[in-house]
Design a protein around this ligand. Sequence first.
Ligand SMILES: [Mg+2]
Length: 262
Amino acid sequence: MAKQAPDVLAFDFDGVICDGLWEYFQTAWRAYCQLYDLSPQPPPEGLAERFYPLRPVIETGWEMPVMLRAMMMGASDAEILAQWPAMALPYLEACHLTPKAAAQAVDTVRDTWINTDLEAWLALHRFYPPLLAVLRSAIGTLPTYIISTKEGRFIQQLLHQNGIDIDPGFILGKEKKQPKYETLRQLLEQYSVPDQPAHIWFFEDRIKALQAVKAQPDLETVTLFLADWGYNLESDRELARQDSQIHLLSLEAIVQEYFQWL
Ligand SMILES: [Mg+2]
């Protein structure tokens, strides 16, 4: 149990509030076809089922189509789990591509899909119901932020569809172009008063993002939670269990232990 009640809440989006695995794979596949100059075609059978458990090792959007490229070129699941993201770049360089081009392919696919068939795109997202309840109660009670590496406009659209309208100023997406700990540092400055640093609760499903926050000595008043329902591996959850500063959190605990006051 975190000792100190929070002044500010900060949630990651994918894998914490929203399960976008279906959309993630479909978008990655379309972007892969576009990036590697293939005609649009359905993915091979079984590829999605292989992709889902590998999702936790992806750090940023541009890696999505590149991981599919690696799989299509014969990389094994074990190799990907052990060596991603270090093994990603050569799959771009071999075709004279860049992470920027891969990122653009992903965003273009999403934008086109949203503009042409919004319903179908939205239907590929599932939300974790306890988190929607937490968000609904928290907004208006406490400053409640979403810090994500997804574009803010996509998050806005998805939350709106679920009846949650957050002021765009509270959605800090990919367009911020900075690590999450930097965003947390700015929130800390914004909400602290002299001699009284603000207490921020930060919910995230990537252990590396939490470890990066922990490595910043000035962010010690940020309480770190690893969402065990999100995109992480058992080895990540074990690291959290052994870490006195990172709290491993379940969906049951978030409601019963942390947000019962809402
Ligand atoms: Mg996440």
